[in-house]
Ligand binder design. Structure first.
Ligand SMILES: Cc1cc2nc3c(=O)[nH]c(=O)nc-3n(C[C@H](O)[C@H](O)[C@H](O)COP(=O)(O)OP(=O)(O)OC[C@H]3O[C@@H](n4cnc5c(N)ncnc54)[C@H](O)[C@@H]3O)c2cc1C
Length: 489
């Protein structure tokens, strides 16, 4: 029989045999990590979710109630399990009668259901002594000691964990456009479309996928007033085409891209060979972590200054079905595009907002009166601007550090937080969009599921070093939202 090492002995004395991994944030990233932990662990392991939403796996992207919100990636590429690429398509065939296949763009809320289901299924398959809890509240600060972390929740209850993974996802940007007397609504806040008069015009700031989502939601809510949208470049996202997807699968190795200029040369070469922009972005995305890792800070900054906009426009694409709807709304005058920037916005008597838009490339201006301005400009990647008390505390205490380009948090290859003195944490990790500084592309499911698999392997190897035992009975524990009642302090 194996003898316990000193760390294990101390853990036993302190809190009994189970190791605890606390996952702060129960969106797609948190769910994908938990699934991978459940697949790997055989010894006692407790997974504690801290997530205010009732549904695990949904997060911002997949909790949408709107049926017109579709995945921006075909179903065949959305499996939660890296080793079973058809897992999502099989789930769709079993659980819906809508005839979905690998090339379908599926309703986004279905993907949230799929992640929750897959998590539940893995709980059932996991050995007897695994358990998952869900605390429906926010984490507000962390207290790190030598081997454990105390996670403080919003009502000053503390949970002790051996490892903590931050899966905090996206945070909407504080308004960058309006004056103080104009109320600001983030498209991602639940309240953005509440209490809107359907007959009055609204203004969307941004014309990316978030603006597309908001326009579709307004359409689904039978909004009759004009929907104005403004952005500096005045472009809607590009559309997915089958041709791009097929081209992207051809095996082209990115050579000579050790600088941003080299990348540009490489891309121009591919254009001459007949590849289109989206297919080139897809091809490069598969290699983006290694390209990014090899670039100096200066090259990364050059890329962000000169090439980022071209990258973003081609990387974030919408399904044809969505593009058709947007076109229809534009043709019948319900959706109006303005290329320019908001010069002035002020509240006027009667509750509406007067907006002056300076059109791009001239002295031309346009005045609008709208009932609401909805910020669709996407996530705030500079964590110093986040208002989340947890992030504020982590940065102030030096437990986490923002990267020099303000893309995310500094992490090592596994996702361990790097503190202000440059040391990788043994106990604090992050997954998902926060890892953008290290990986550049770190938001799509294909990227997050890879991170989840490697982080879970590390955590299990670190916490439960014994080889997996076989033949244990399934556990009956159910993942469920529960109010704070049994946290141990
Ligand atoms: C609108 C949209 C559509 C997308 N569509 C696709 C797609 O089609 N295909 C694709 O591959 N990718 C898509 N993505 C990208 C990708 O799937 C998301 O980036 C991914 O869902 C990120 O999940 P997450 O869990 O990291 O973040 P989130 O979904 O933002 O979830 C984070 C969770 O953390 C919780 N949280 C935050 N702070 C705290 C705290 N202090 N305490 C407790 N909980 C906290 C929040 O309540 C939230 O539920 C989309 C993204 C968005 C935003």
């Amino acid at each position: 029989m194996r003898r316990m090492n000193s760390v294990e002995t101390r853990r036993m004395r302190r809190r009994g045999p189970a190791c605890t991994v606390a996952i702060v944030g129960g969106g797609a990233s948190g769910a994908l990590l938990a699934i991978q932990l459940l697949r790997r662990a055989s010894d006692p392991l407790k997974i504690v979710f801290i997530e205010p939403r009732a549904n695990l796996g949904g997060g911002i992207a997949y909790s949408t109630p709107f049926t017109r919100h579709l995945l921006n990636v075909v179903a065949g590429q959305m499996s939660a399990l890296p080793d079973q690429p058809d897992h999502f398509v099989r789930w769709l065939r079993k659980n819906t009668s809508l005839g979905y296949g690998p090339e379908s763009f599926v309703r986004r809320s279905l993907y949230g259901d799929y992640l929750a289901d897959t998590l539940y299924e893995h709980e059932g398959l996991a050995p007897r002594r695994l358990a998952t809890d869900h605390y429906r509240t926010r984490a507000t600060r962390l207290e790190v000691s030598e081997e454990t972390v105390r996670v403080w929740l919003s009502d000053d209850i503390g949970i002790v964990a051996d490892r903590v993974v931050l899966a905090l996802g996206h945070h909407s940007a504080a308004s960058r456009f309006a004056s103080n007397d104009v109320p600001t609504f983030s498209a991602w806040s639940g309240a953005a479309l509440d209490d809107l008069d359907p007959a009055l015009p609204v203004l969307l700031v941004g014309t990316g996928l978030t603006a597309v989502d908001t326009a579709l939601a307004l359409d689904e809510l039978a909004h009759r007033g004009a929907i104005h949208a403004v952005s500096r470049h005045g472009k809607w996202p590009q559309v997915h085409s089958v041709r791009s997807r097929q081209k992207a699968s051809s095996a082209v190795r990115p050579e000579g891209v050790s600088t941003a200029r080299g990348l540009l040369r490489f891309v121009r070469g591919l254009v001459q060979q007949g590849h289109d922009g989206p297919s080139i972005v897809d091809l490069l995305r598969a290699n983006s972590p290694s390209i990014w890792a090899n670039w100096s800070l200066e090259e990364r900054s050059r890329f962000l200054r000169h090439l980022r906009i071209y990258w973003e426009v081609r990387r974030h694409r919408m399904p044809l079905e969505v593009a058709r709807k947007i076109d229809e709304m534009r043709w019948n005058g319900r959706l109006v595009l303005h290329t320019g920037r908001i010069k002035k916005a002020s509240s006027v008597p009667g509750g509406s907002i007067a907006v002056r838009i300076a059109r791009r490339g001239g002295h031309d201006e346009c005045d609008l009166k709208v009932s609401r301005i909805i910020d669709c400009s996407g996530p705030e990647s500079d964590y110093r601007r986040w208002s989340d008390p947890l992030i504020v505390q982590l940065l102030q205490s030096g437990l986490a550090k923002v990267d020099p380009l303000s893309l995310g948090l500094l992490t090592d290859d596994l996702g361990a937080l790097i503190d202000e003195s440059g040391v990788s944490s043994q106990v604090l990790f992050t997954i998902g969009p926060a890892r953008r500084a290290t990986l550049w592309e770190s938001t799509a499911i294909s990227e997050i599921r890879r991170q989840a698999a490697s982080l879970a392997s590390h955590l299990i190897g670190d916490l439960l070093p014994k080889p997996a035992a076989h033949g244990q009975q399934p556990v009956a524990t159910r993942v469920q939202g529960k109010e704070l009642s049994n946290a141990h302090v």
